[in-house]
Design a protein around this ligand. Structure first.
Ligand code: GTP
Ligand code: SPV
Ligand code: MN
Length: 581
């Protein structure tokens, strides 16, 4: 069966980019083997110790191309006002002329790969197909793990023309000729000049968030930068939780959490670590699917203690990007072991010395299939997804925001998400550790006007009798010595337990101006090295500091202009009044 729309798309792009040859990817094992041997021959893949890491490889990016580049990312809606002030805008026809110029003959001497991919489970009415054209075999190998790729996607699509188009070339990798352009009205993505992560794996941020968020607004659902996990209590009660934390701020780790000593009777089930698509179910609840099939996880900090499930998931069939390698060919990164091993090769491929800086790039990553984690949920491929009872927002904040607090209601919860502030990380090019407003962890990923996005969130909640409860968490509070006060990782289940208790109407709470916080006895810190004064600090609401924060929030709201929903302004005024009382 031929899909004429795809054929036309491919021939148009081939005419522009002039590749030497064209390979249609079917997703088979044989195709993958051919691709891997080609990459090994060309040095794109470096073989790791195959005994310890079967079928796993290392890729080193160009040192100029190791993180997303938000300043080079554009949303080209027909009207500028549909893009909004948090995105870069360019007039679509003009931007296309510029990009077409860069794509002209860009694949001369290269192979063009056609990668059909399915986002979401087979048989789900909520899944979507995309077709990415790329000249990067590394991208193909990643998409194979991170999406349901090849024939499966074409089978789902049939003869339909309802697919997202992605055109990608690594170009010459120069940041001067690097652009990631989105054309929401055309369901089209054009990306040139980068081979890295969210810039190049177009299924991920470009399709599943920027384009999908526009579709979701039209069709009354939500496309979010969220993890999904199931928490099962010792008596078998299952509660599904989703959470939006900015890039490199804990989604993968929470999604893969392993309950620690003392919580051995609890189970945590992984459904997704980065993206969630939500639909309102017939039961009036919010149901989530994960459109992806793999992780593109931050390597540094991952170890047997912090994240044993991640370590287990990357024992085979893994791609490592910009990590270091040990003398015997095993991947290594800061935090994997307490001390760095001798004779490390750093992410540039040079012998590493103690004063050379980091051996692995801070945004080095692993790519593995979700099916390889021992915690994979049996519901991962369920066409309906899972019903979500609680949504978490959170970011890195050394100070101010407490370990956990709960919103008073949906609109207040939307306010909490909309006003999130978080420290920037190495996942995007730019300064690290600067606090910025990152609403719903979607600032870099919302494909339309942020104020319209807030209105859409309010509307979704008001059309449900039973919307999820909304919470805010912060695992990253620092003490005066710069140390994390909260142990985090597996111990975050203690916070999730309170959240589950609240959802079920059991957990004890105190009302504060910002929301409900746990009573000191409602949060289990048994066996932790946390004093009662540290716990008090973790849960403290400092009214004056919050009033300072309100100034930032007001400035941010003002920057969004007239479209800002009045409901959120009212929340802000009410909160200021409560803080002053
Ligand atoms: P993206 O893939 O960029 O979207 O990131 P993410 O949100 O999935 O973040 P991830 O879970 O990969 O965590 C990023 C970094 O934060 C890693 O270095 C982790 O070790 C660290 N981290 C994650 N969870 C915790 C936690 O509970 N406490 C502390 N202190 N650090 C954490
Ligand atoms: C993020 O930055 O939020 C990521 C990594 O998940 S990337 O694929 O580069 O977007
Ligand atoms: Mn992410």
């Amino acid at each position: 069966m031929k899909n004429l729309s795809i054929e036309k798309f491919v021939s148009d792009v081939a005419e522009l980019t002039k590749p030497d040859d064209i390979i249609w990817c079917d997703g088979s094992e044989k195709e993958n083997e051919t691709l891997i041997s080609k990459m090994l021959k060309e040095g794109i893949f470096i073989e790791l110790n195959q005994e310890k890491n079967p079928k796993s490889y290392l890729h080193r990016s160009d040192p100029n191309d190791v993180a997303r580049t938000e300043h080079l990312t554009f949303i080209c809606s027909k009207k500028e006002e549909d893009t909004g002030p948090t995105n870069n805008w360019s007039q679509p026809d003009q931007f296309k002329v510029k990009l077409n110029g860069l794509f002209d003959s860009a694949m001369e001497g290269r192979t063009m790969y056609i990668v059909p991919y399915l986002m979401g489970p087979e048989g789900s009415p909520y899944s979507q197909v995309g077709v990415q054209i790329t000249d990067s075999p590394y991208v193909v190998a990643n998409l194979r793990i991170m999406t349901r790729m090849g024939k499966r996607a074409l089978d789902y699509l049939g003869e339909s023309d309802n697919f997202v188009k992605g055109i990608h070339s690594t170009g010459d990798l120069s940041p001067d000729r690097r652009y990631i352009g989105h054309f929401p009205e055309e369901r089209l993505i054009m990306s040139i000049g980068s081979g890295y992560g969210g810039n190049a794996l177009l299924s991920k941020k470009c399709h599943s968030l920027r384009i999908a968020s526009v579709i979701a607004r039209e069709k009354n659902w939500l496309a979010e930068h969220m993890l999904i996990l199931g928490i099962e209590s010792p008596d078998g009660e299952l509660t599904y939780i989703s959470g939006a934390f900015p890039s490199a701020s804990g989604k993968t780790n929470l999604a893969l959490m392993k309950p620690p000593e003392g919580y051995k009777d609890w189970k945590a089930w992984t459904l997704g670590d980065d993206i969630a698509w939500f639909h309102i179910g017939k039961d009036d609840r919010l149901w989530a699917i994960n459109p992806e099939a793999g992780f593109f996880g931050v390597a540094p900090g991952t170890n047997m203690k912090s994240n044993p499930n991640a370590i287990a998931s990357l024992k085979k069939n893994a791609i490592f990007t910009n990590v270091a390698v040990t003398a015997d060919g095993n991947p290594w990164w800061e935090g994997l072991t307490v001390d760095p091993p001798n004779n490390l090769t750093d992410w540039h491929g040079k012998l590493w010395k103690q004063d050379n800086g980091k051996a692995a790039h801070p945004n080095s990553r692993f790519t593995t299939a979700i099916y390889q984690t021992p915690s994979v949920s049996p519901k991962l491929d369920d066409p309906q997804g899972v019903p979500v009872s609680a949504m978490l927002f959170g970011g890195r904040r050394a100070k101010l925001t407490p370990l956990v607090y709960e919103s008073f209601n949906w609109v207040h919860g939307v306010f909490i998400g909309a006003t999130m502030g978080a420290e920037t990380t190495a996942a995007a090019v730019g300064k690290v550790g600067v606090i910025r407003r990152d609403p719903m962890a979607m600032r870099p990923f919302c494909g339309y006007h942020m104020a319209d996005y807030f209105s859409h969130w309010i509307k979704i909640g008001s059309s449900m009798v039973n919307p999820p409860r909304i919470f805010h968490v912060n695992w990253f509070r620092l003490d005066e010595n710069g140390k994390f006060i909260w142990p985090g990782f597996g111990d975050n289940i203690r916070v999730l337990k309170w959240i589950v208790d609240r959802v079920k109407g059991r957990g004890k709470a105190i009302k504060t101006p910002i929301g409900y916080i746990p009573t000191p006895d409602a949060l289990d810190i048994n066996g932790l090295n946390i004093s009662s004064s540290e716990l008090a600090e973790l849960l403290r609401v400092d009214n004056n500091a919050w009033l300072e924060e309100m100034k930032e929030i007001r400035t941010f709201f003002t920057s969004l202009g007239k479209k800002l929903p009045n409901d959120l302004l009212k929340e802000l005024t009410n909160l200021e009044t409560r803080l002053k009382a």
